[in-house]
Design a protein around this ligand. Structure first.
Ligand code: ZN
Length: 306
């Protein structure tokens, strides 16, 4: 039976709670003695319970800013675990469209995928957490530089940004299927932290634009330019890897674009001159990104507004 229910979450370490929930759910699903109808009944009621706890915690702990929801520390861990599990769990409506075997297969697949991610997190508490107030300031920088944050909704869901109190080698990630960005604690300076947050925002935008046909023309033009400036190496010749590579280049270029004015202001006169010389040699002009690329990003962002 699944003993690790959401009402135990307030007093638990959220990642460990998630792992226990997943392991017990998998054991229950694999039990051949239990009838499939009963399994389905339990899956649906568990999903409903998870969603209820997720919604009430969201109201209490998350900061809503335009179409983003921001959380930090333990609450971020709890919200992340609940959101990923809610989205991984099939709901009754899906059983009218898909055969039960298919639902079960994907549910087990999702649980194993999340188990792998949760297991990989190093659960040593770290003080270098990125606070939600800082994340909001960074979102405002993106906004000032032309990003309409209301474009960050996916099927009506705002983008959830969770800043966890754990330190990882990879400082952040974005889960496309769950429309959730996860940030890890780190000791980088403020500019790097800003870049990391905007990079994850770039991943969210890349995936949304890929699904949104109306903005495809300018998005494709931007990708073509990015390919010109960042050609694939011979190693990345397989299509899915090329796509992944373009997503990284896109996310990085967008973060650089959003921060270019601010980075410039923060530099000393000597650093500015040094940078100018470097750009002149690269024929990039005064900005850290080439002017035609800058124009393409601007047009792409403007088009997102309509
Ligand atoms: Zn990335």
């Amino acid at each position: 039976m699944i003993k690790t229910t959401p009402d135990k979450l307030p007093k638990s370490e959220p990642i460990q709670w998630g792992l226990d929930y997943i392991n017990e759910s998998l054991e229950f699903l694999m039990d051949s003695e239990i009838e499939q109808d009963y399994k389905l009944e339990i899956i649906f009621s568990s999903g409903k319970n998870l969603a209820h706890h997720y919604q009430s915690l969201l109201k209490k702990e998350a900061m809503l800013y335009k179409s983003t929801l921001i959380a930090d520390n333990w609450e971020a861990g709890k919200l992340m675990a609940l959101r990923l599990l809610v989205k991984a769990t099939p709901c009754p409506a899906q059983s009218y469209i898909h055969p039960v075997d298919k639902l079960m297969f994907y549910y087990i697949y999702n649980l194993k995928y999340l188990s792998k991610f949760f297991t990989s997190i190093n659960l040593i508490n770290c003080r270098n957490l990125i606070p939600k107030s800082f994340i909001r300031e960074v979102l405002e920088i993106a906004e000032k530089n032309g990003l309409n944050l209301d474009c960050l909704k996916s099927n009506g869901y705002p983008l959830l940004i969770c800043s966890l109190p754990y330190e990882e080698k990879q400082p952040g990630c974005y889960f496309h299927s769950f429309h959730t960005a996860v940030l890890f604690a780190n000791s980088h300076n403020e500019t790097v932290k800003k870049h990391l947050i905007l990079h994850e925002l770039g991943h969210a935008l890349f995936n949304l634009s890929n699904n949104n046909k109306s903005s495809n023309k300018l998005f494709n033009a931007l990708l073509a330019l990015l390919k010109k400036y960042h050609p694939y190496s011979k190693v990345i010749s397989v299509k899915p890897f090329q796509h992944r590579y373009m997503e990284e280049v896109f996310a990085d270029s967008l973060a650089t674009y959003f921060l270019s004015d601010q980075e410039w202001e923060e530099r000393t006169e000597g650093e500015r001159q040094e940078k100018k010389d470097e750009w002149e040699n690269n024929q990039h002009g005064k900005k850290p990104i080439p002017p035609d690329l800058e124009k393409a990003i601007k047009l792409y962002l403007e088009n997102l507004k309509t």
